[in-house]
Design a protein. Structure first.
Length: 275
């Protein structure tokens, strides 16, 4: 299993700095926040996109995902949401990323939110499949547990749509890692890990310094990846663990470059123990 880290919490970080941090610390990939305030976003032109892809290739670092903010279960017109998703998927394709991340964002009753999300994700699936990428629904906000996300993903059941398992939110939703993995396994793209002091205090900590059951998560994911054939024949099981670094929303946390070596060492230890 390979390791990535996320730039979701490093606002405006120059791409060369991100790639240098990845290569120096031994991470294999990067999850990029695709927002207009960041260096990489859907507003880039063709030449700029080609330059980003070339810089990743030259660094020997994989671009795992472009993480956007379309809200697939939110009330309102479908058209602007689908336009946002389409632009995000095109960006992923042009940069060579296999995944584009979206949120649920439901703001109505769960039944109605599920219907909206299924409709939009089914449409997005067609775009994703034509481009050869996948749109991943993160376990977050209105659909934070594996059970919540699986209701939608089971109904969509398309190769272009999958799940991004954010372990903090399933855990805060009261779901055990084994159960989350069972529900999400047929759809799982990759797993996003982090750590926190408690269910009430979500100030980010480096993995291993908080209370999240990360060892159990890694164990069940490793066992699931070894035992199953992925849905729709995509890939060879879950290949990535991605550490989400969130300094943007918690400015008091330590700097990324100083944390990366220790985070990598801890995740590698968890992987070795689960093997």
């Amino acid at each position: 299993m390979r390791l990535a880290f996320s730039t979701l919490g490093v606002p405006g970080a120059p791409l060369d700095d991100v790639l240098r941090a990845a290569t120096r610390s031994g991470f294999h990939g990067v999850e990029l926040r695709a927002h207009p305030e960041e260096p990489v976003h859907p507003g880039l032109d063709h030449r700029e996109r080609a330059q980003v892809a070339e810089r990743f290739a030259d660094a020997g670092v994989e671009l795992l995902c472009v993480a956007g903010y379309p809200k697939m279960a939110a009330r309102g017109d479908d058209a602007p949401v689908l336009a946002e998703v389409s632009a995000l998927l095109q960006l992923a394709h042009d940069l060579g990323a296999p995944y584009a991340r979206v949120f649920p964002g439901g703001d109505t009753d769960p039944g109605e939110a599920d219907v909206i999300a299924v409709r939009r994700l089914t449409h997005a699936a067609g775009i994703a499949e034509e481009l050869g990428v996948r749109v991943l629904l993160e376990t977050h906000d209105s659909h934070r547990t594996g059970a919540d996300a699986a209701r939608v993903l089971d109904a969509v059941d398309r190769p272009g749509v999958g799940a991004l398992w954010d372990v903090l939110h399933t855990w805060r939703g009261g779901e055990e890692p084994q159960r989350s993995c069972e529900l999400l396994a047929p759809h799982l793209g990759y797993v996003q890990v982090k750590d926190v002091p408690s269910r009430q205090d979500t100030t980010p900590l480096p993995p291993g310094e908080g209370v999240l059951p990360l060892a159990e998560v890694v164990e069940v994911v490793t066992r699931s990846a070894d035992a199953r054939t992925p849905a729709h024949g995509l890939g060879t099981g879950v290949e990535w663990l991605c550490w989400e670094y969130e300094k943007r929303w918690y400015p008091e946390v330590r700097e990324l470059t100083g944390l990366l070596p220790g985070v990598r060492a801890h995740l590698m230890e968890l992987l070795a123990d689960a093997a």
